[in-house]
Design a protein around this ligand. Sequence first.
Ligand SMILES: [Zn+2]
Length: 230
Amino acid sequence: MVAVEPREHALGGDAPDALRVPDDPGAHRVEEVASPEGFAADPDLVHDFYDARRAALDRVEPNAAHRALALLERRWRDEDRGDVVLVTQNVDDLHDRAGSSDVLHMHGTLRTAWCVACDAHPEWTGSTNGAACPGCGAVALRPDVVWFGEVPRHLDRIEPALRRVDVFVSVGTSGAVHPAASFVQYALSRRAHTVELNLAPSEGSWLFRDSRLGPATRLVPTWVEEMLDR
Ligand SMILES: [Zn+2]
């Protein structure tokens, strides 16, 4: 099973929502802080922007939707019912903290840095600005977040998972950011059952056999309960 998942919390989801936190409602244009060109033009601004979001992780906690997906994975594994592959566009670590064991962060993570000199992705706290890579020593770290125009991560693992998916659930995605938006079409071609749990109908709503509207914190735990009782 593949779950593509929530953005209904402080740091989640497709950009530009991914870049918005409650105490900083969109002070920057997305191109300034989420593109290679923006980083080249003003690296200090971009380091500061992601440093602040990395620090903000300490002030958010996994919600009921994160916890429910972790429970589903654990129960299905324990009962030998199948794998839950969790693909997220969120750059926070809330799924990981909720207990999901193998989260595929398509758009990178705030908890790691990226050394452009040696291509390492070391775990990171604090600032990336002016810091040396623990691997090669170069002062060449950037935020480990996929920006506009860059290639999403883990497609080599996501595509095989989609080829064997039997239940596909999309949570809290707009359906507008590719390639994630096309995942449901892969799933449909595999005759998977497709479920959408969303605040509002997405652009591709018609591709889902089961479409439910509401907050993820309510819909996901209910859906997980149904899956566990099946
Ligand atoms: Zn390095």
